[in-house]
Write a protein that binds this ligand. Structure first.
Ligand code: HEM
Length: 365
């Protein structure tokens, strides 16, 4: 269906099956006080409601500038656009009197071993993830939102992302050539989403019920080096075959790796990405995360190397026991020589907008 419903208990863009194109944008909020912050969140809600439904922009009359950029033509198509809004820990400093409203689990993104963080590409007061089937729909939405919120928030960093079609079948590939997303939680699995992703009613941060914690990690791939590594070594780093996506102890993409039957890592190395990320023991089941990553490509850097990689995005109920626990298990995995995390942030995805009278962040303010 071309329209992803905007209203609901949860925001769209988390459980939604990934659209092909996206941009992840982090903003500094400039609103002068809580009243202006409320206006900003109401405006964001109104724009998201219009853009995700699609329709005809209002006619401003002949002397005013057009109300719409026009890049999608006279009719704005919905194009499966989703607008997902999160808030960072910095929004709960003293500026808006929201310190006591900060959810206990929301911190600023930590620096992990092997990180190469650029301060200008980290953190932010508000995150906006726009996803749609086509890249011009994503850009149109960003321009519309930026125009309507000018003065109240300002872009801090931004990164566009895309997903490849399945080649030849199954899960889309990342820019190292491997299928990415084979073993993942499923947005359509309500039980999994309630157990591991959505913040429940009655949570300590009661106002955030229906929301979820979002981790963004922008990770460059050092593809010039990667492309010189033998296929066996590449496959041992992930624990899967490159072409089929099958685990190294199986034949087909969706075969389940049997780590218990391979205790010393003869088939699947103990240091492999999949084994570290998800050891599949009973005590690690609670650390699973919903990954919703996109590939990025930013051309070349100042010395002529390709600047491409992964906009790693994941969702979970708890940052410490899920993302950070997985990230710590991955510390010093062999893959770290070929990747460079340079930015990102932690955000709380706000509860969904229930109906035409509701707005983003209402329960927080
Ligand atoms: C699985 C690539 C970063 C967590 C995988 C797989 C690939 C992959 C190819 C196997 C296919 C699949 O099951 O999806 C990458 C690359 C990364 C990266 C290229 C960086 C550029 C991360 C990070 C985390 C993470 C930062 C979390 C801290 C996982 C998890 C799995 C996985 C949980 C599933 C393991 C399983 O259940 O078998 N990744 N990944 N990955 N990755 Fe990553």
């Amino acid at each position: 269906a071309p329209v992803v419903p905007f209203h609901g208990q949860h925001q769209a863009g988390v459980a939604t099956e990934a659209q092909r194109n996206s941009t992840m944008v982090s903003f500094d909020v400039l609103a002068a006080n809580k009243g202006e912050l409320t206006d900003l969140l109401r405006t964001l809600t109104d724009r998201a409601r219009f853009l995700t439904a699609g329709g005809t922009p209002p006619d401003p009359g002949i002397s005013a500038p057009p109300t719409d950029s026009g890049i999608l033509g006279p009719q704005v198509p919905a194009d499966r656009l989703t607008v997902t809004v999160g808030v960072g820990a910095s929004l709960f400093d003293d500026r808006y009197g929201l310190a006591s409203r900060k959810p206990a689990g929301l911190t600023a993104m930590r620096t992990f071993p092997n990180d190469f963080l650029d301060a200008a590409q980290c953190h932010g007061d508000l995150s906006l993830h726009l996803c749609a089937d086509n890249p011009d729909t994503v850009l149109h939405a960003l321009r519309d939102i930026a125009r309507h919120t000018r003065g109240a928030m300002q872009i801090r960093w931004q990164i566009d992302g895309f997903q490849s079609p399945p080649r030849p079948s199954g899960t889309p590939r990342n820019l190292m050539g491997f299928k990415d997303g084979t073993s993942n939680l499923h947005g359509y699995d309500t039980q999994q989403m309630n157990d591991l992703v959505w913040l429940p009613v009655g949570d300590k941060s009661g106002w955030a019920a229906g929301g979820t914690y979002q981790v963004v990690r922008t990770i460059r791939m050092l593809v010039e080096f990667w492309d010189r590594v033998s296929i066996t070594e590449q496959e041992n780093m992930f624990g899967r075959r490159r072409d089929s996506g099958a685990p190294l102890d199986g034949d087909k993409e969706f075969d389940t790796p049997n780590f218990a039957a391979d205790p010393v890592g003869t088939a699947i190395p103990l240091t492999s990405h999949i084994r570290r990320a998800n050891p599949r023991t009973s005590d690690t089941a609670g650390s699973r995360i919903l990954r919703r990553p996109y590939n990025y490509n930013r051309g070349i850097d100042s010395v002529g190397n390709v600047d491409c990689g992964l906009v790693f995005i994941c969702y979970q109920k708890d940052l410490a026991t899920q993302f950070e626990t997985v990230q710590k298990r991955l510390a010093d995995e062999p893959l770290v020589d070929y990747i460079q995390p340079f930015g990102g942030g932690y955000f709380l995805v706000l509860p969904g907008v229930r109906d035409a009278n509701d707005y983003l962040g209402r329960t927080m303010l």
